[in-house]
Design a protein around this ligand. Structure first.
Ligand SMILES: [Mn+2]
Length: 226
């Protein structure tokens, strides 16, 4: 068996409905459905041009997806009455179209993290104060950028990035920090390179130890780093 025939994993950064760029990345990688494995860092919904198409592609390729802060807000809104929903989150629900109940059902199955012996996948990052991701607050797993020593302010200039405060025996793959851009440290791969803002969609393959990038076809949303 040649090396080329072995299954590979492709981890992709924050999609926010950028289907054309996802398809571009899959083509660049020569992704083989049923053989290679696709994983998303979450924040699949919101902001971008084709949320339903992106969800459908991920589901059809049997992708592993962890929940991002925007996906999390969508699930919260789905549990509230229309009157109680923030307009932005109501828009998220509407963007799911006529099959929104089915899409919400699927999104609600996404875990906060996925792990294998060599990789831990999470949307934003890890709590430096805790050992096991099973014990970490969903708010931290889906929102952290910087560490204040307590987990109260998760995004403060002057505080260190969470990954400078964490020791992990596995490579942590994450997204959520478009402003920071690509993070390529031995134990940490940050894949949010702001595709929906007109940046790039980034993928990372551990088997080939390489990043792949596809430029956004255009800026789909004004820069708003949340
Ligand atoms: Mn995010």
């Amino acid at each position: 068996m040649s090396i080329a025939s072995k299954a590979r994993r492709l981890f992709v950064g924050d999609l926010h409905g950028c289907l054309a760029e996802l398809d571009g990345l899959l083509a660049e990688f020569a992704f083989r459905p049923g053989k290679d494995c696709l994983f998303s860092v979450g924040d699949v919904i919101g902001k971008g041009p084709d949320v339903v198409g992106t969800l459908r592609r991920l589901r059809d390729l049997d992708a592993g997806v962890v929940v991002g802060n925007h996906d999390f807000s969508l699930l919260e809104a789905a549990r509230q009455s229309a009157a109680g929903q923030e307009p932005k989150h109501r828009d998220y629900l509407e963007s799911l179209g006529r099959d929104k109940v089915e899409w919400v059902d699927w999104i609600s199955t996404w875990p906060l993290y996925l792990e294998s012996p060599d990789v831990l996948l999470v949307h934003a990052g890890l709590d430096p104060g805790k050992k096991s991701p099973a014990r970490m607050d969903p708010r931290i797993l889906t929102q952290i950028r910087t560490w204040d020593g307590k987990g109260e302010n998760l995004n403060r200039a002057g505080d260190p990035p969470w990954f400078e405060c964490v020791k992990s025996d596995r490579i942590v793959v994450f997204g959520h920090w478009a402003q920071r851009g690509l993070i390529d440290l031995p134990g940490f791969k940050g894949l949010d390179t702001g595709c929906v803002y007109g940046g790039k969609l980034t993928g990372w393959c551990p088997e080939e130890n390489r990043f792949l990038q596809v430029p956004a076809k255009r800026a789909y949303a004004p820069i708003h780093f949340h």
